[in-house]
Design a protein around this ligand. Structure first.
Ligand SMILES: [Zn+2]
Length: 387
């Protein structure tokens, strides 16, 4: 064999070895299943495809947890991981699923709304594939996802995404973004079938209030806030004022723009009788001028570049050496969800929702997020669901 051929074959072998090594990691990430321990309040678990048939058998199908109280009342839907690279959302949703006891009304929780995006990643940005949350019994491992669904599940992208039904022209990427594909349709692109499933839950179950949990850059003005359309504004404002007075954290209200289509806080309100809210907690990991996208940045939000920008007044949230630890973000989400529930119940007493055993801001900040997760090895097998 000539020397040239030997070099060619060696290089080919190296390339195949690298591709196999990397591909295997991505394959395992895509198929990672995390156990969720259904808490005492969970009365049934169904699939989103039960409400949107076009999701059956696809990677976009996901678990929907029902926590039904003994006493009739109103209904609240909590949606987490619309964007699967904003993990405070799923961490909050699991605190509700694993702990909440419902006395009145019904709580419906979708912990991994964009299940396909939860199995996607962004290697070019150096995203970690997993992150772990320390608990009282070890650590709980989560897959770290992306903003958009995986092209393996929905492909090809159009040149421009024509929103349904408004025909507004959106970025091609938004066809895989479940915060642009609302209200969706039963046989549209896969992500429209996901949002359509949630719309059907709201319409068929007569959901009163829907909360879509997110995280946003500290350099983006729409962060650390509650986004609400006109019909939700009063409850959002009362919630914002109450958490500030009673619990000492800032969470301002942003009005939902009426001309920008496809967003949950816009379309849910326009296409169902439900009051929508979107929660944003600061997420320094998503900011662009940061150091490496490490697990420490993801979980603790500490970054020297953001600290210097904060001193120049460039950030939209308070920021110091302590960063934005996950327990603060999740604690805020827990408190805001509970307060929205309380304010809604005060305004509509016959549709009240009463929930116990969910911690508020100060408790999560003190005990840590993992304190509220249960050990799947010690749980009854029938109570474990994989997502
Ligand atoms: Zn988001």
């Amino acid at each position: 064999m000539s020397r040239v051929w030997l070099i060619k074959l060696t290089l080919l072998f190296i390339v195949i070895a690298i591709m196999t090594f990397a591909g295997l990691q991505l394959y395992q990430h895509r198929h990672y299943m995390m156990p969720i321990v259904a808490g005492p309040g969970v009365t049934k678990v169904v699939k989103l495809s039960d409400y949107s048939k076009g999701l059956k058998g696809t990677m976009a199908d996901t678990n929907v947890f029902f926590l039904e109280g003994k006493e009739e009342g109103g209904k609240m839907l909590i949606i987490a991981n619309t964007h699967s690279n904003e993990p405070a959302a799923i961490l909050t949703a699991l605190i509700f699923v694993e702990n909440a006891a419902v006395d009145k009304g019904t709580l419906i929780v979708i912990p991994e709304f964009n299940n396909s995006a939860g199995r996607n990643t962004r290697p070019g940005d150096g995203y970690p594939l997993y992150f772990e949350i320390p608990t009282d019994w070890g650590s709980k491992k989560f897959g770290m996802g992306n903003r958009e669904a995986s092209p393996l599940d929905q492909w090809p992208d159009p040149d421009v995404y024509v929103h349904y039904p408004d025909k507004q022209l959106l970025s091609f990427l938004d066809v895989r973004n479940t915060n642009r594909t609302w209200p969706g349709r039963p046989n549209g692109p896969l992500m429209e079938r996901v949002t359509y499933g949630a719309m059907q839950i709201m319409r068929e179950e007569k959901v009163d209030i829907a909360i879509d949990i997110h995280g946003a850059e500290t350099m983006f003005p729409v962060t650390n806030c509650i986004v609400a359309p006109e019909k939700s504004l009063r409850i959002a404002t009362m919630t914002s004022l109450t958490v500030k007075a009673r619990e000492g954290f800032e969470n301002h209200v942003e009005p939902s723009p009426s001309g920008f289509r496809g967003l949950s806080h816009r379309e849910i309100g326009d296409y169902a009788d439900t009051l929508p809210f979107l929660l944003e907690a600061p997420l320094p990991f998503l900011d662009q001028p940061t150091g490496p996208k490490t697990l420490d940045l993801l979980l603790n939000g500490k970054d020297p570049f953001l600290l210097s920008l904060s001193k120049k007044g460039k950030l939209f949230v308070p920021y110091d050496e302590t960063g934005w630890p996950m327990e603060k973000r999740v604690g805020q989400h827990c408190s805001v969800v509970l307060e929205l529930m309380r304010q809604f119940s005060r305004k509509f007493p016959d549709r009240a929702i009463k929930v116990r055993n969910v911690p508020r801001y100060a408790e999560v900040a003190k005990n840590g997020v993992g304190h509220y997760y249960h050990d799947p090895d010690k749980a009854d097998k029938d109570d474990i669901y994989f997502n």
